[in-house]
Design a protein around this ligand. Structure first.
Ligand code: CP
Length: 309
């Protein structure tokens, strides 16, 4: 298998071929072995400088990329909008071009605006990795989610995955749908009518509003946070009602006739979409997702750096 991806940047899962995803998974599996050794570092990105540009808050993605870059021996510069000249009115292009003038090869960017990573890739001469752009895509999250399911269940083809919660505002949902469908999984979305966009059925997913029916159907439940910060109107009467209808807890998991996997991209609102006894249960693979995130991001950085002009 060639080590080349069919894309120059990682802007979204929509652009990837099935072979690209397979290459990323195979490379991530090798890197997972590396990061479990006593010496966790390889010299693969020794001459590469990566800028991590975070225009929106992040814990997991930012730390995971930074660790992945360090494990690959890259040089790193970190930028966060809150402590930068963005607050003085500097544009995205000016900010990034100033950083690139310092001879940066790759940019990992999180931005609140959908399409920001695509815009950047058109205007600057560096490899761009989208670390989440508004409500659009979060490709490395979908890759690590799918990798974690395949690792646990042995395959993705035919696996039934339900994505539960705020589908409307979720870049994780969209990237997961693209990734899982490409890899042959069956995908359902479940949540209140107001939080499921009408176009979603056109992506080949099943829509279900009854949580119990969705959980009875699935092998894997990927539970999403209600993104109150992206909601300018009220999409449901109260959090209490949301918890009653869509909250997952030990009791509902025990009522199923099988053990399903429970996933969450984080950050979890404990007691809202997931109770602590479900989040910390033996069925939960939430911390394995985080662990796999480093290996998957190492794979993406490594494969993109390998096709540097
Ligand atoms: N899953 C995820 O994107 O988490 P962060 O917002 O903490 O990066």
């Amino acid at each position: 298998m060639s080590q080349q991806l069919s894309v120059k940047h990682l802007l979204g899962i929509k652009d990837l071929q099935v072979d690209d995803i397979r290459k990323i998974f195979a490379t991530a599996a090798n890197f997972k072995d590396v990061i479990n050794r006593p010496i966790k570092k390889v010299p693969s990105l020794r001459d590469i400088t990566v800028a991590n540009l975070f225009f929106e808050n992040s814990t997991r993605t930012r730390l995971s990329f930074e660790l992945a870059e360090k494990r690959l021996s890259a040089d790193i510069v970190n930028f966060s909008a809150s402590s930068s000249s963005v607050s003085k009115g500097e544009t995205l292009i000016d900010t990034v071009n100033n950083i690139l003038a310092m001879k940066v090869d790759m940019v990992v960017m999180r931005h609140p605006k959908p399409g920001a990573a695509v815009f950047l890739a058109r205007h600057v001469n560096a490899k761009i990795i989208n670390a989440g752009d508004g409500t659009h895509e979060h490709p490395t999250q979908a890759l690590l989610d799918a990798f974690s399911i395949a690792e646990k269940l042995g395959e993705l083809k035919g696996v039934r995955v339900v994505i539960i919660g705020d589908i409307l505002h979720s870049r994780v949902a969209l990237s997961n749908i693209f990734c899982l469908k490409k890899m042959g999984a069956e995908v359902m979305v479940c949540g209140p009518v107001t939080l499921i966009p009408r176009y979603i059925a056109d992506l080949g997913v099943i829509v279900e509003h009854d949580l119990k029916k969705a959980l009875d159907w699935c092998d894997v439940a990927n539970v999403l946070r209600i993104q109150l910060e992206r909601q300018d109107i009220r999409y449901f009467p109260s959090l209490r009602e949301y918890v009653m209808l869509y909250g997952i807890n030990r009791e509902i998991l025990d009522s199923l006739k099988k053990d399903i996997l429970v996933m969450h991209p984080g950050p979890i609102n404990r007691g809202v979409e997931l109770s602590s006894d479900a989040a910390d249960s033996r069925q939960s693979i939430i911390l394995q997702q985080v662990e796999n995130g480093v290996a998957v991001r190492m794979a993406v950085l490594y494969l993109l750096a390998g096709q540097m002009d």
